[in-house]
Design a protein. Structure first.
Length: 120
């Protein structure tokens, strides 16, 4: 009987391990595209300001390992929202200059991340 117990235990462990690999789950990344632009100031000084939310249509991409895994076209003033498997992602927005952000998706969680762009 003990030899059978030893045989079942590795099989049960293998089944448990294979199921745990499938249960990583997914979560949500959501946010806005924000645009920072120069503000007129006295000569010799510089400052930037935030335009609260992009006032133009943009496209936001989520990349994992350099590969685009999600893309959404965002109307002016609206928020993007991706449901993605758990893990790290790089976000890029098109329609403005120098846009980017990073986020990590956790199973069952919502991560609020704004993609920030800097106008020249």
């Amino acid at each position: 009987m003990p030899s059978r117990w030893l045989w079942v235990t590795p099989a049960a462990m293998a089944a448990a391990l294979s199921l745990s690999g499938c249960s990583s789950g997914s979560g949500v990344i959501q946010g806005h595209v924000l645009v920072f632009s120069p503000v007129p100031t006295p000569p010799g000084s510089t400052a930037t300001t935030t335009l609260p939310i992009a006032r133009f249509t943009s496209t936001v991409e989520a990349k994992r390992g350099g590969r685009v895994v999600a893309r959404e076209r965002i109307p002016p003033g609206r928020q993007f929202r991706f449901t993605l498997p758990s893990g790290p992602y790089d976000l890029t927005a098109f329609g403005a200059y120098n846009c980017g952000a990073s986020a990590t998706v956790s199973a069952g969680e919502t991560e609020n991340v704004d993609v920030r762009c800097v106008e020249p």
